[in-house]
Design a protein around this ligand. Structure first.
Ligand SMILES: Nc1ncnc2c1ncn2[C@@H]1O[C@H](COP(=O)(O)OP(=O)(O)O)[C@@H](O)[C@H]1O
Ligand SMILES: C[C@@](O)(CCOP(=O)(O)O)CC(=O)O
Length: 414
């Protein structure tokens, strides 16, 4: 039984970095930008991981991953610790970085008979601040949980995805995996070991997401801001507090249905200035802000960890009037000429989804894995194509032999 799970990225409107240190953040899922995971159980006691976008794969015996669980036996519950366990640390020593979190999930959730787990993006850019690592973790955790227990329990998949994020990032807030798992919009804050989330109805803001395509790592940026905090706890705490107030003010405005765009624009600009003060901006992000301001949209902020990656621009002028579509088109063309990617997509929408072969009511529709299958067919390397060719050749040979025999029999009778 093949299982396919998909999980969305997210956009943080307010509160990144500060959320790691106990402040509030507001964020929404990006349900049209997703990552897909495909799980195929096998019975040769091997685990194979294919990260198709990165061209990275890895295969080993299940015993080498320390997997002893029999098929059908429920896996252990997810760990509550915020530190990677010994198994994860051992994998981190052995494997290339992008494989570690996925291999960790396989080690914890696969059974000893083995499986192949493939990962492919359905449009979500990797490492750009839109929560790709969390989306990978959620999609893989969901597929593996369904493989192990036959049902998708979002709380369990989310807890495993968080554990994988701990392995990948060291100190995640848990915001990215929660949005990827549950979808929608939230205002969230860390409480003890967990994340307190409250659903937030975010009004349909006209936003442009620009990916500077400057590579960066969430882990490094979170560590950089943490170092800043350690070096100057007093002032940096005040920056976090200011960000906290921004997130809470926006959340109150949403709840009270009084989201005025000039007010949102002010919050966006302030939050970006605070993130810049924390050292999370990058010249390419500042260039996006300048180009958007020139086009009449003065409110841009980095989103996610920063240091490159994505920025969000509120497509409204200083008075709150929506920027006309042709002006937006010109801005997008200019940003693209500069080498940036642009997205305009709705906020919120469904979180993780899972389908299996037996699912009648929820067909997966097109998945990015279909492109691979199509390519295989086009290149003539797929089994159905080559076997039908063989059948056709055999049929022609048979017909020719039959005609030859008939011809010979006819001339013998004459
Ligand atoms: N499509 C993908 N396939 C495999 N791994 C991915 C994919 N997208 C993201 N990742 C993993 O997530 C990492 C990026 O995580 P991170 O720096 O947190 O960026 P983001 O801001 O997108 O979450 C990549 O280096 C890789 O390990
Ligand atoms: C910087 C941070 O607040 C968000 C990181 O988002 P991303 O991984 O860049 O998509 C870290 C976190 O919340 O775990």
């Amino acid at each position: 039984m093949t299982i396919i799970a998909s999980a969305p990225g997210k956009v943080i409107l307010f509160g990144e970095h500060a959320v790691v240190h106990g402040s509030h953040a507001v964020a929404a899922a990006l349900s049209s930008l997703r990552v897909f995971a495909r799980l195929e159980p096998r019975s040769d006691n091997r685990v194979r991981i294919e990260l198709l976008d990165l061209g990275v794969w890895w295969e080993d015996e299940t015993s080498a991953l320390g997997i002893t669980r029999a098929r059908g036996e429920a896996p252990e519950p997810p760990p509550s610790s915020k530190k990677p366990n010994g198994r994860a640390l051992e994998l981190a020593r052995r494997l290339e970085a992008p494989l570690v979190a996925v291999a960790y999930l396989c080690a914890e959730l696969c059974d000893a008979e083995g499986a192949t787990l493939a990962v492919k993006s359905g449009g979500l850019p990797a490492g750009a601040g839109l929560g790709s690592s969390a989306a990978v973790a959620v999609a893989c955790a969901a597929a593996l949980c369904v493989g192990a227990t036959g049902a998708l329990r979002k709380d369990v998949a989310n807890a495993w995805a968080f554990a994988a994020e701990v392995v990948q990032h060291g100190r995640p807030s848990g915001l990215d995996n929660a949005l990827s798992c549950y979808g929608g919009g939230v205002v969230a804050v860390r409480r003890g070991a967990g994340l307190e989330r409250n659903t937030l109805e975010i009004p349909p803001l006209k936003l442009l997401i620009t990916n500077t395509r400057v590579a960066r790592s969430t882990k490094e940026l979170v560590a950089k801001v943490a170092a800043e905090f350690e070096a100057a706890p007093g002032p940096v705490r005040r920056l976090f507090d200011a960000i906290d107030t921004i997130a809470l003010d926006f959340a109150s405005a949403c709840r009270e249905n009084r989201v005025a765009t000039p007010f949102v624009a002010r919050l966006v600009r302030l939050n970006h200035a605070l993130l810049r003060a924390l050292g999370a901006s990058h010249p390419a992000l500042e260039a996006v802000a300048d180009m958007a301001t020139e086009a009449g949209a003065p409110a841009t902020k980095l989103t996610g960890a920063g240091g490159g990656g994505c920025a969000i621009t509120l497509l409204h002028d200083a008075e709150g009037i929506e920027i006309a579509d042709d002006k937006v088109r010109r801005l997008v063309q200019k940003l693209r000429r500069r080498g940036f990617d642009c997205y305009q997509t709705d906020l919120g929408g469904p979180g993780v989804r899972c389908y299996d072969d037996d699912d009648d009511d929820e067909p997966p529709g097109a998945t990015p894995f279909d492109d691979d299958d199509d390519d295989k067919k086009k290149n003539g390397s797929s089994r159905p194509h080559s076997s039908s060719l063989a059948v056709m050749v055999a049929a022609v040979v048979l017909l020719l032999s039959f005609a030859l025999l008939k011809n010979r029999a006819g001339s013998a009778a004459r």
